[in-house]
Design a protein around this ligand. Sequence first.
Ligand SMILES: [Zn+2]
Length: 236
Amino acid sequence: MRKKVVWVLVIALLGGGFLGWGSLAAAQSGTAAALPIAGKVILIDPGHGGMDPGKTGSQGEDEKAINLSIATKLAVYLEMGGALVYMTRTEDETLGEGTKKEDMKLRAEQIQELKPDLFVSIHQNSYTDSQLWGPQVFYHTDSQKSEALAAKVQEQLNIFTGSKRQYKENADYFILRQGQDPGILVECGFLTNPEEEERLNEETYQKKIAWSIYSGMNAYLEEEENGNTMGEDGGD
Ligand SMILES: [Zn+2]
């Protein structure tokens, strides 16, 4: 059921006017093995899809489409960094027989079968107060590794977007309760904030978000390799 991201997709995306990032060029020229992400199995879950649009922005763009677009860009960066990337969906589809329940069950099964080194679910936020904006990372309450990953990804997102939001624990998200360690859910921004909604629909901003997540993952793994993972006991 799960789908390995194919290079055709990667190359097609790269043909779309990208390659301005210095470190990506470095990754291409053969230093990819040195990146912490190299060789890691990553599962990306673009939220919603098919019959389930997620939230719909005032410009009419569905959350599911923005999720997939950012997830695909993230997959490109990860592949270039040498990771083995899988996605729970690569198209606008509902998994299985077409019910939300089965769709979620099949996503959970992919997590349990693949046992990825890192898991990230991509979503867009909404709120009654349209002033609210900024990306926010969630992790499951019981996972210290997930908290450490959430902290790193939030840090990068805040650097790249200028937001000051804090990462947050959550005990309820179904997709974060499948035993992945670490795993996070990224709400990339608020579709209820008109300015942020506009940005979230822009290719350049989507790349910025994807790059931030990618950078946060590398930062997390680097710290873990050095044995400094936040939350691990034995420090004193
Ligand atoms: Zn969502």
